[in-house]
Design a protein around this ligand. Structure first.
Ligand SMILES: NC(=O)c1ccc[n+]([C@@H]2O[C@H](COP(=O)([O-])OP(=O)(O)OC[C@H]3O[C@@H](n4cnc5c(N)ncnc54)[C@H](O)[C@@H]3O)[C@@H](O)[C@H]2O)c1
Length: 122
């Protein structure tokens, strides 16, 4: 399977990515590498994952609709693992729009199905 993991540099996202890679899956990880805690810890996790042939990483915020659309224009996924957190520095939290998280999941799903429902940045 080919999977997209959001928050791939985080504690849970990186562990999930590692397990999926061990299973033989192909994993694309995205993360905005926010500074809620030491970014070097996140970079070290990504370095470990990057030794795996079937892992690719893109620094991307899930609120970046154009970036997300561009990703889905290049890639197709069988599943999405949403492991980003809503912490104090998250752009989603800062905007005060909690529904954006849900909207992004909808966007992910629509983009993966090549539907026109992804209207956030049309
Ligand atoms: N760690 C735990 O024990 C635990 C237990 C239960 C639930 N959870 C939940 O699981 C989720 C992940 O937890 P964690 O411990 O891995 O947190 P974490 O902070 O280590 O990882 C989250 C990652 O998401 C990234 N991120 C945040 N906002 C983003 C955005 N807008 N776009 C892209 N990337 C973004 C961060 O840079 C970070 O690397 C959280 O929602 C947390 O509440 C964690």
């Amino acid at each position: 399977m080919k999977l997209l993991i959001t928050g791939a540099a985080g504690f849970i996202g990186s562990a999930l990515a590692g397990r999926l890679l061990e299973r033989g899956d192909t994993v694309v990880g995205i993360d905005n590498l926010n500074e809620y805690y030491d970014v070097n810890l996140k970079k070290a996790r990504l370095e470990r994952l990057s030794t795996r042939e079937k892992f690719t990483f893109e620094k991307l915020d899930i609120a970046d609709c154009l970036g997300v659309k561009a990703l889905f224009a290049r890639e197709r996924f069988d599943a999405l693992g949403a492991c980003r957190t809503c912490d104090a520095t998250s752009s989603l939290c800062k905007t005060g729009q909690p529904n954006e998280v849900e909207n992004n999941i909808t966007t992910f799903s629509a983009a993966n199905r090549e539907e026109s429902a992804c209207s956030c940045c049309d």
